[in-house]
Design a protein around this ligand. Structure first.
Ligand code: GDP
Length: 296
């Protein structure tokens, strides 16, 4: 739904890659997300004032990279179950002192099912560098063989805590993105997926949207799952107010009439009436479906 019909290739321009970090608990996903975010505050940003909105963007060698900041397989699974394809690349973190564990395997399965390229980051090399070969061998047993062993998976060796290897990991993302050539059309009404949503006491429904195609403008009418409204205010992951945001940007918006669900698709429209109609049709459909399930 979100990508509509095939777009004319001439209308598409380069967009930042969207990255998800997965792996077993305690293998260093959160530490890696924090390290990347701290080290790569976008140029011109006032010292590290950040806001957790479920995703963030950094600038690496002048190129933007978007990270989904929800390291947890549940969110990913929930989104995929709703048909949302939000990530372009999965980084699988595996701790060198622990090796392949159940959630490492789960992460491999998720990436395979999503059909997206994988970068393996062998973490905690400050602590267990000697284990790298063992980890590579365990990953190979699970279908991810390193390039240096004749396979086709990129492995990087990092210490998320110390920062070792993280610049190389980011460069690897850039190289891979160039090869994959991620594109979108910024010159149309926006569409994408809900990353997070909540009810805020003062502001009402608040949703983080990943814009996947088009450009979202403050004031646009939007349908988000079965919610609708106007983008009353839009901010980035630094809490800075935006007038517009293009493909691969994560933005937090207020102005919806109810709280959507992570994985819901959103679409902007030129008329609020149209947005309302679509949301109501979807809501009625959902109610009908729930009725037929409960009466079955
Ligand atoms: P998550 O559950 O995958 O998000 O893992 P965390 O990022 O919370 O890390 C789990 C623990 O491992 C924390 O105590 C981190 O400080 C530690 N840790 C993460 N990365 C490294 C690393 O590169 N080296 C070492 N020695 N410890 C690390």
């Amino acid at each position: 739904e979100q990508m509509d019909v095939e777009e004319d290739a001439s209308l598409l321009t380069e967009r930042p890659p969207v990255i998800t970090i997965m792996g077993h608990v305690d293998h260093g996903k959160t530490t890696l997300l924090d390290t990347i975010r701290k080290a790569h505050v976008t140029e011109g940003e006032f010292g590290g004032i950040t806001q957790h909105i479920g995703a963030y963007q950094v600038s690496v060698k002048g190129k933007k990279v978007t990270f989904l900041d929800t390291p947890g397989h549940e969110a990913f699974t929930a989104m995929r179950a709703r048909g949302a394809k939000v990530t372009d690349v999965v980084i699988i973190v595996v701790a060198a002192d622990d090796g392949v564990m159940p959630q490492t395997k789960e992460a491999i399965d998720h990436a395979k099912a999503a059909g997206v390229p994988v970068i393996v980051a062998v973490n905690k090399i400050d602590k267990a560098e000697a284990n790298i070969d063992r980890i590579m061998s365990e990953m190979s047993d699970n279908g991810l063989m390193p390039e240096e062993w004749g396979g086709n998976t990129i492995f990087t060796k990092i210490s998320a805590k110390v920062g070792t290897g993280v610049p190389e990991l980011l460069e690897t993302i850039l190289v891979l993105s160039e090869v994959e050539d991620f594109r979108a059309n910024p010159n149309k009404m926006a569409s994408g997926t809900v990353i997070e949503a909540k009810l805020d006491k003062g502001r009402g429904p608040v949703a983080t949207l990943l814009i996947q195609n088009g450009t979202l403008h403050a004031g646009d009418a939007v349908v988000v799952g079965t919610s609708f409204g106007r983008v009353r205010k839009m901010v980035d992951d630094h809490g800075r107010e935006l007038k517009q945001a293009g493909p691969s940007s994560p933005v937090e918006i207020i102005g919806l009439n109810s709280v959507p669900v992570a994985g819901d698709i959103f679409k902007a429209f030129d008329s609020e009436k149209k947005a309302r109609q679509i949301a109501e049709t979807r809501l009625n459909k959902r109610i009908e479906q729930e009725r037929s399930v409960s009466s079955a």
